[in-house]
Design a binder for this molecule. Sequence first.
Ligand code: PLP
Length: 460
Amino acid sequence: MKYVSTRGDAPSLSFEDAVIAGLASDGGLYVPSEIPQFSAEKIAGFSSLSYEELMFEVISPFVDGDIPDADLKGIIKESYAEFRHADIAPLTKIGRGEYILELFHGPTMAFKDFALQFLGRVFDYILKKRNKNVTVVGATSGDTGSAAIEGCRHSEHVNIFIMHPYKRVSDVQRKQMTTVLADNVHNIALKGNFDDCQHIVKELFADQSFLNGGRLVAVNSINWCRIMAQVVYYFYCAIRLGAPDKKVAFSVPTGNFGDIFAGYIAMKMGLPIDKLIVATNENDILHRFFANNDYSKSELLHTLSPSMDIQVSSNFERLLYYIYDEDAAKIAELMIGFHEKGISIDADKYQKTREIFDSYAVDDEQIVKTIAQVFEKSGEVIDPHTATGVCAARNCDKNQNVAMVILSTAHPAKFPDAIVKAGVKEPELPDYIADLMSREEKYDVVDNDIEKIKEFIVSN
Ligand SMILES: *Cc1c(COP(=O)(O)O)cnc(C)c1O
């Protein structure tokens, strides 16, 4: 299997090289040159598999022998060994035909563990084989940083630097990053906001000469390996609800469009999905696209669901690529025009997206109301991101004969503010992390100055 850029002007790469490369050199994103197909019989045959066994079946056509089967199975097993639920991704019923898929039983209590526990180990495997070391650099407004650190902390070949805006992440989020005391983990609290962090990361990638021949690697959700790992739980969950004989609909709390795009790939592989609902918060660039064919930037708002506070959704480019039947020249043209005038696509292509996707934007007041409603009806405490998914599912047209699954992307204890606002008792941290707030921290506060950051990285 080869990996090609959505903009068509970068070298095609093997699976392993695409994982290390992250972004393509033409600014595009890597996608597989073909999407593997599973027949209904094949999907039916998956029904008795464990999560790890299913993962091997779903991802091995993408890895295509780059990692030998026995090694791949080992990496998968280790990646999910620290999940705190025997089912890895349990389903809980919250209403008639309405379920939440709990994706928060990993080490950092958000769904990002599904991809980053795996990606960290894949990095380590590839680098060990090549006898190379890399420097991972990332900016985080919260969840990505801790999940990336947890994924890389055991790696002997990765030095990881995560930048978060000083005093602007929640205490739980900061502690999840800064209490990892491994020598290869470096937390930088930047005296600036999240945009400043992202800006510095971009500049570091653009000019890596300060590393004297070293190499930076990205862990954000443009990495194909993350998307691929997330395809698995769509299969796992749909099969338990009767696939391939029955269709399932999914409502997905969405920011960078990584998670829901994995659902779209599952559908292209043959999983019978009735509808994919894009749930956004007030940062609604994606809702504006699906509602009005208008994909354009607007001001960044801070909401009760901070992990979805984005202006631009990087993985949306991958969807456009498939909607335009893999016409890379067209995607390059659309993306170049984006910053100046936004994107509005041809009417027939837009129609094609509407046959698969629906969308809804949820404000903070609706988030709080939904948390209260779900608690009252089912006794379940959901986090504010999950609440956007539930609210969107309830406000979009539904096929009454199809089960609706809302992806529950974070544990409620990670975002207590919204839950207290809803009048629901503050959720407790799970046992394994109950002492988090009293653990020792290690981080450095650094000025918002790229030269200072370069010095810090080089000296560490
Ligand atoms: C990252 C994140 C999201 C958004 O996922 P995308 O793949 O960026 O769309 C939603 N909820 C939580 C809790 C997250 O951490």
